[in-house]
Design a protein around this ligand. Structure first.
Ligand SMILES: C[S@@+](CC[C@H](N)C(=O)[O-])C[C@H]1O[C@@H](n2cnc3c(N)ncnc32)[C@H](O)[C@@H]1O
Length: 248
């Protein structure tokens, strides 16, 4: 991104509750199925502004969340919200190099930056014995998506259907415990605040910024019109024992 693109991006995205679709019920679903302990050590990988941290702490009230993101702006926003809570550590870090070990790794809407197989492979060493990973990933729900939806996702050529995601999980040496589609409420939790932000920024926007707002508006409109064709699939996965190993 050029510095003008970055300025426009953060004008639109500053201080939003989250940076992608998701809701507390997703975290509750995954942590309940994983049966994590109240003292679990958790990572929120690519946490953005930290919108999932409350639900992670609710799942493990005596646990700890290490939330990391590579974008300084988002880490700053999340720190402002969480710096007083000793159960949360905020780091500016690259998800390719996670340190420490966790019972539960959560990654909402960001695994595609590495690729599912690549990320799961890299994160295996960051899992405690018995640890699991939950990630949401863009997914086709239709074999013949409309041209508008295809156009919207043209930048993500690796996007597949649910079987394709499962195959990438298997290729990393993991098994899928369960999956579920993100709900409409999860998507609206992302788009409704953006709608309001676009409306507030529209008056006085110059041509270049108006084009940025148009693009953001089209993204939400496309999802609302074609939500049956694509969405996010949340997958809960665990590593399979390597042959000759005791379980990691
Ligand atoms: C779609 S947002 C999702 C943010 C957050 N999980 C949420 O749901 O609100 C993707 C996030 O990935 C972060 N990101 C991208 N590449 C990254 C990397 N290599 N390491 C860590 N974070 C990264 C971005 O800064 C951004 O905050």
């Amino acid at each position: 991104m050029t510095s003008d693109d970055m300025t426009a991006f953060f004008q639109l995205h500053r201080d939003l509750p989250r940076e992608g679709p998701g809701e507390a019920a997703d975290v509750a679903w995954a942590t309940a199925l994983a049966d994590i302990a109240p003292t679990a050590r958790m990572a929120d990988v690519a946490c953005g502004p930290g919108g999932d941290i409350p639900a992670l702490l609710e799942a493990a009230p005596q646990g700890h969340v290490t939330a990391l993101d590579k974008t300084a702006h988002f880490v700053k926003e999340a720190r402002t919200r969480w710096q007083a809570d000793p159960r949360v550590t905020l780091l500016r870090a690259d998800m390719a190099a996670i340190h420490n070990e966790y019972d539960f790794i959560w990654c909402a809407g960001a695994v595609y930056f590495m690729g599912v197989t690549e990320a799961l492979t890299a994160w295996r060493r960051a899992l405690r014995p018995g640890g699991v990973i939950a990630f949401s990933e863009a997914c086709w729900f239709s074999d013949s998506p409309s041209p508008r939806a295809t156009q919207q996702w043209q930048h993500y050529s690796a996007m597949t259907d649910a079987d394709g995601i499962a195959a990438r999980v298997t290729a990393a040496g993991y098994e899928t415990i369960a999956t579920r589609r993100l709900s409409d409420a999860a998507w609206e939790g992302y788009y409704t605040p953006i709608d309001a932000r676009i409306a507030s920024l529209r008056p006085g926007a110059d041509a270049a910024f108006a084009a940025v707002l148009d693009q953001a508006e089209e993204e939400a409109a496309c999802w609302r019109a074609h939500r049956d064709e694509f969405g996010y699939l949340l997958s809960l996965v665990r590593p399979l024992p390597r042959s000759g190993s005791a379980g990691r």
